[in-house]
Design a protein around this ligand. Structure first.
Ligand SMILES: NC(=O)c1ccc[n+]([C@@H]2O[C@H](COP(=O)([O-])OP(=O)(O)OC[C@H]3O[C@@H](n4cnc5c(N)ncnc54)[C@H](OP(=O)(O)O)[C@@H]3O)[C@@H](O)[C@H]2O)c1
Length: 326
C-alpha cells in the first residue's frame, strides 16, 4: 500500500468549518530536506487568520481567491524519519521542533521541510506539545521584548493580555530579563499571571490601566486591544508601545512617533525574520527553560481529528496560553 500523509486543507477562506481532512501521497525529502513524523502541532491565532484570510491585504501573500498553499498549520514538533541526500543538520531518529512558515501543513501526520529553516533539535525536557508552540507566543514575545521594545533590566513593563499565548510567555521572559512586570487579565487568570512572575495584576474588567496614573517604560499590547494614543498617558518619557497586531492606526502611530516625540510605537512580524535569527532566539529560550525560568503555558490538547473544535476554541479569545492537536 502506498504510504499517505494525513492533513487538513483550507477549502476557502472562512470559518473553522472550512477545514477539511485530506490524504495526500507521502512526499520524498528533497536534497536539503527532512521528512518529519509530526507528534504535535500548534493551533494559533495566526493560523486562524490564515484560514480566514484576514486581514485582507495578507491575501497578497497567501493567495487572492483561496490559499495558494492550502494546508493548515505552522508550528510543529516530531521525529525525523528520512533525510535528503545533502541534509547534514539532522539524522533519522532526531526529535525536532519548529515552524513550517509559509509552506504551512503543520497540522498533519508528516511534513517535508528544508533543514536550514526554523527547525531545532528538541531537548528531552520539552514535551512535543510544548515544543510545538515555541514559535508562537514564546518566540514572538522574546523578539518583541528583546529586539523591538529593547527592554532593560530594572525597567517597568506592562503586558496587556498577560494570560494569552504571547502574554503568558512575555510575563516570564520579562521577569527573566530583570524587569518589573505588570500584566492585565481577567480575575480568573490573575493567579496564573502572578505565578508567572507579574508583581502587579490589573483586572481589565475592573480598571483601565491608562487611568491609574502609573508610568511604564514599555507597554506590550499582545492583543492589539489598546493603541499608542490610549497608552501614551501610561508611558514614561522615553516609553515604547509595542504591538504584534498590525493595523492602520498602528502604522500611523509608528510613522508619527518616528518623527516627533520621545515615546515610540513599534511593530514587527517575527515570522519574517531570517531563519538563523529565529533559531538563535529559540536557542536562548531553550536555555531559559533549562534554567527553569520559562515554560510554555499549555491550555487544551485536542486529538488530530478535532482540528475544527481546536480552531473554534482558539478563536473564542479566551484560551490561556497555548492550544495543540496531537
Ligand atoms: N507580529 C507577530 O510576530 C505575531 C506573532 C504571533 C502572533 N501574533 C498576534 O498576536 C495576537 C495575540 O495572540 P495570542 O495567541 O497571544 O492571543 P490569545 O492567546 O488568543 O489571547 C487570549 C487571552 O487574552 C485574554 N484577554 C481577552 N481580552 C482581554 C483584554 N481586553 N485584556 C486583557 N486580556 C484579555 C483572555 O483572557 P480572558 O479569557 O480572561 O478574557 C485570554 O486568556 C494575535 O492577534 C496574533 O495574530 C503576532
Amino acid at each position: 500500500m502506498t504510504p499517505t500523509l494525513k492533513a487538513w486543507s483550507i477549502l476557502r477562506y472562512g470559518t473553522p468549518e472550512q477545514l477539511s481532512p485530506v490524504s495526500r501521497s507521502m512526499p520524498d525529502p528533497g536534497p536539503n530536506e527532512i521528512l518529519i513524523r509530526i507528534h504535535a502541532s500548534a493551533v494559533t491565532r495566526a493560523d486562524g487568520m490564515m484560514r480566514a484570510g484576514t486581514p485582507r491585504f495578507a491575501r497578497a501573500f497567501l493567495g487572492f481567491r483561496r490559499p495558494r498553499n492550502d494546508l493548515s498549520g505552522t508550528g510543529l514538533s516530531g521525529e525525523v524519519i528520512a533525510t535528503g541526500t545533502n541534509a547534514t543538520r539532522f539524522s533519522v531518529g532526531d526529535q525536532v521542533f519548529g515552524e513550517a512558515g509559509l509552506n504551512f501543513g503543520a497540522n498533519a501526520s508528516h511534513i517535508c521541510l528544508c533543514e536550514n529553516g526554523v527547525l531545532m533539535p528538541k531537548p528531552d525536557f520539552l514535551s512535543h506539545e510544548e515544543a510545538a508552540v515555541m514559535c508562537d507566543g514564546p518566540l514572538t514575545s522574546f523578539n518583541f521584548l528583546h529586539k523591538i521594545a529593547e527592554l532593560r533590566g530594572g525597567e517597568k513593563v506592562l503586558i496587556l493580555g498577560a494570560s494569552g499565548s504571547l502574554g503568558s510567555a512575555a510575563v516570564q521572559i520579562a521577569t527573566a530579563m530583570g524587569a518589573e512586570v505588570s500584566g492585565t487579565c481577567s480575575a480568573r487568570n490573575a493567579g496564573l499571571v502572578a505565578s508567572l512572575g507579574a508583581r502587579q495584576v490589573i483586572d481589565y474588567n475592573q480598571e483601565d490601566f491608562a487611568r491609574r496614573g502609573e508610568r511604564f517604560d514599555v507597554i506590550y499590547d499582545t492583543l492589539g486591544i489598546s493603541s499608542f494614543r490610549q497608552s501614551k498617558s501610561a508611558l514614561a518619557r522615553s516609553g515604547r508601545y509595542v504591538c504584534p497586531v498590525l493595523s492602520f492606526d498602528l502604522l500611523r502611530a509608528m510613522l508619527r512617533s518616528s518623527i516627533v516625540g520621545n515615546r515610540k510605537a513599534r511593530f514587527a512580524a517575527t515570522g519574517m525574520l531570517k531563519p538563523d535569527i529565529q533559531r538563535f532566539m529559540l536557542g536562548q529560550l531553550i536555555e531559559l527553560i533549562d534554567d527553569s525560568k520559562f515554560a510554555p503555558v499549555m491550555d487544551r490538547t485536542y486529538p488530530f481529528d478535532q482540528l475544527i473544535e481546536a480552531h473554534l476554541y482558539m478563536e473564542s479569545g479566551h484560551k490561556r496560553g497555548n492550544v495543540v492537536v496531537v
